[in-house]
Design a binder for this molecule. Sequence first.
Ligand SMILES: *Cc1c(COP(=O)(O)O)cnc(C)c1O
Length: 402
Amino acid sequence: MKNNIPDNLGHFGKFGGRFVPETLIYALDELAKEYFKLKKDKAFRQELFGYLSDYAGRPTPLYLAKNLSRYLGIKKIYLKREDLLHTGAHKINNTLGQVLLAVKMGKQRVIAETGAGQHGVATATVAALFGLECDVYMGEEDIHRQSLNVLRMKLLGSRVIPVKSGTCTLKDAMTEALRDWVTNVRHTHYIIGTVAGPHPYPEMVRDFQSVIGKEARSQILKKEKRLPDYLVACVGGGSNAMGLFHPFFNDLSVQMVGVEAAGLGLLSGKHSASLVSGTPGVLHGAKSDCLQDKFGQIKNAHSIAAGLDYPGVGPEHAYYKEIQRATYVAVTDKEALDGFKLLSEIEGIIPALESAHAIAYLKKAGKLRKNASHSRGERINKNSVVILCLSGRGDKDLHESY
Ligand SMILES: *Cc1c(COP(=O)(O)O)cnc(C)c1O
């Protein structure tokens, strides 16, 4: 059985929908129509499958991390190795899907927003592959933090447009990209990098990223002859987590834990924990949990991991939280750095700082195991089989961590 959310207007319960200027409605309708047509088209699915396999490197392995399991006292921790994909993270699953869609729609130009630069690189990559013009919006602050990815995008033939408004980070880059799209919608497709934005983006990006969970589900059934007890993934906008979670939605024995960035601590106000400590509001075209003040002004987010440094989250996660299908927790910058070092030293795998948040959570959950006062998602039984989404590799983060 499939879960039949969202409805045909993109509502996940009270979340999602479309909160955009009138000029974008036509473009979003056109995009939705084309996407839902191609989703059912066998030739399109085969073409995408071909690129995912031969160009990006799917399927990714489901690796049993024995050393980590032993160290944390958890029976079996499997890592879904999205870090091994071309360009180094799960982002390419989505950009390949969307660029094929853009080509079918006859668009000659793609644009994207980027924080850490991972989505910008994945977009610049597919634009090069399909010979499309590409502009990537990036906050000036992030351009300094992630100079290597800026060089990669330029080498791939894209323009990187510095965003100097607001906090000069991801939120402002996404605002500028939406503005560009309103003006150039006829020949431009906007490749949003996560499960946020107006309908149909949250559903479409989820579908493209669901390849993670579909593979993981059949891999674990083959290796363990049963479903996992827990799925764990970091949550920025929420695309790697939703990609893993969604195919298990109806497997009620499987618990899902999304790990947000607690930054310098939830009480410091310097964090990116939109689900754990935000409230429902509207950001970038959809209703979801976000960090806002009492006047509805969006607050600044903070995380050591640039890919998590966003004050909102995809609406499907807000819905999973509301219906208690998933649990959301947060770990600090410091804990994430410990997770980063732990996985590097014990398994020889350097994770992205984003993914290191999920590792850090497991470390913490192991310790809290015996403390009954913690809620369900905060404890992990030692006899558990866990699948953790290793969303990306950490080469980009070495200078942040030393
Ligand atoms: C972008 C990114 C994230 C955060 O984005 P989601 O949409 O929440 O998945 C996490 N990990 C890595 C490696 C990323 O590049």
